[in-house]
Ligand binder design. Structure first.
Ligand SMILES: Cc1cc2nc3c(=O)[nH]c(=O)nc-3n(C[C@H](O)[C@H](O)[C@H](O)COP(=O)(O)OP(=O)(O)OC[C@H]3O[C@@H](n4cnc5c(N)ncnc54)[C@H](O)[C@@H]3O)c2cc1C
Ligand code: FES
Length: 264
C-alpha cells in the first residue's frame, strides 16, 4: 500500500456510454489484489475512492460512473491528462474454486478483475449481474465470454426481469457452487448474506462507506458492532467479519462523519 500521492498520465479512455467511462494507467508499481481500491485526485475538484476494474498486461483500469460533481468532472478527463493516485488500499478478495459472483450496478466493477484472475487460474465460476437496465451493467461482453452469466434487470432490457437475489439458490444447487463473492447496493448484499448463511456457504463481500483518508486514520469508514475500518480491514469482508457488523441496512456516516439513518 502506498499512501504517497503520485501523478500518472491517463494512457487511454474507453467510453461505455456518456456517463460511464474506463480510464487506463501504466507504471503502477504495487501489486494489486481484486477488490482493492485507489483514491483518485482531480486537481481543483476532489479526491474520491474507486475500485480497480482490471489489471491486464501492466495496464490498470478504473471504471467510473457519473453520479455527482467529482465523477461528472472525471467524464471530461482525456488521454494525457495527469491524475493524482494513492493506493492500493484495503483488503481484497481471495481466490476460490466453484464460486458464484453476484454483482449489482457499479458494484460489478471489482468483480471484473476478480473474474479475470479466477479464469487465469482455471477455476470454475458462474456469475449473476443486475442493474436497473442494461446500461447500468458494465462488462456485459467480457462476463458473457468468460463464464456462464445470468443477467437480471429491473426493466427487463437484458436477461430476466427482476432482482439478482431471486436466482442465487437455483444456480448454487444446479452448479454445486461453494463460495460466494458479492459487491453492489447494500440491500442486495444483505439478501446475499442471508442466502449464503441459509445455505451454509462462505462468502466474501465488498461493502461501501463514505471514505476519506483510505489508510485507517480518520475513522470516517468505521462500521458499528466490530469497529472495522472498511478502508483498511475492508472493503472486502469475509463471513465472520461481516456478521459482526450491526449497522448493515440501518445507519452510515455522512460526509461530515455524522451517523444518519441509511434510509433517510
Ligand atoms: C471502496 C469504494 C470503491 C468504489 N469504486 C467505485 C468504482 O469502481 N466506480 C465508481 O463509479 N464508483 C465507485 N465508488 C463510488 C465513488 O467513490 C462515488 O461515486 C464518488 O465518490 C461520488 O463522488 P461525486 O462527487 O461524483 O458524487 P456525490 O454527489 O458526492 O456522491 C454520490 C454518491 O457517492 C457517495 N460518495 C461520495 N463521496 C464518497 C466517498 N468519498 N467515499 C464513498 N462514497 C462516496 C455518496 O455518499 C453518494 O451516495 C466506490 C466507493 C468506494 C467506497
Ligand atoms: S477513510 Fe479514514 S479510516 Fe477509513
Amino acid at each position: 500500500m502506498s499512501d504517497k500521492m503520485k501523478t500518472y498520465p491517463v494512457v487511454d479512455v474507453k467510453t461505455h456510454h456518456p456517463d460511464m467511462k474506463s480510464f487506463y494507467f501504466t507504471q503502477i508499481e504495487e501489486q494489486i489484489h481484486p477488490g482493492q481500491f485507489f483514491n483518485l485526485w482531480l486537481p481543483g475538484v476532489d479526491e474520491k475512492p474507486f475500485s480497480v476494474s482490471d489489471v491486464y498486461q501492466g495496464i490498470m483500469e478504473i471504471t467510473i460512473k457519473a453520479v455527482g460533481p467529482f465523477t461528472r468532472a472525471f467524464m471530461n478527463v482525456k488521454r494525457g491528462d495527469l491524475i493524482g493516485i494513492r493506493g492500493p488500499f484495503g483488503q481484497g478478495f481471495t481466490l476460490h474454486q466453484h464460486s458464484l459472483l453476484i454483482g449489482g450496478g457499479m458494484g460489478i466493477v471489482p468483480l471484473h478483475y476478480l473474474a479475470r484472475l479466477l479464469r487465469a487460474k482455471g477455476f470454475h465460476f458462474e456469475v449473476i449481474l443486475g442493474g436497473r437496465s442494461e446500461k447500468d451493467i458494465p462488462f456485459v461482453t467480457e462476463f458473457s465470454e468468460w463464464a456462464p452469466t445470468t443477467f437480471v434487470t429491473e426493466d427487463g432490457s437484458i436477461g430476466y426481469q427482476g432482482l439478482v437475489t431471486q436466482f442465487i439458490k437455483e444456480i448454487i444447487y444446479r452448479s454445486k457452487l461453494s463460495h460466494i463473492y458479492s459487491s453492489g447496493p447494500e440491500g442486495m448484499l444483505i439478501r446475499v448474506m442471508e442466502e449464503a448463511a441459509g445455505n451454509g456457504l462462505d462468502y466474501e463481500i465488498s461493502f461501501e462507506r463514505y471514505m476519506k483518508c483510505g489508510i485507517g486514520i480518520c475513522g470516517q469508514c468505521v462500521v458499528d458492532g466490530s469497529g472495522i475500518r472498511l478502508c483498511k480491514e475492508g472493503p472486502v469482508l469475509n463471513r465472520d467479519e461481516a456478521e459482526n457488523v450491526t449497522e448493515w441496512g440501518m445507519t452510515h456516516r455522512n460526509a461530515a462523519g455524522k451517523r444518519e439513518n441509511k434510509l433517510s
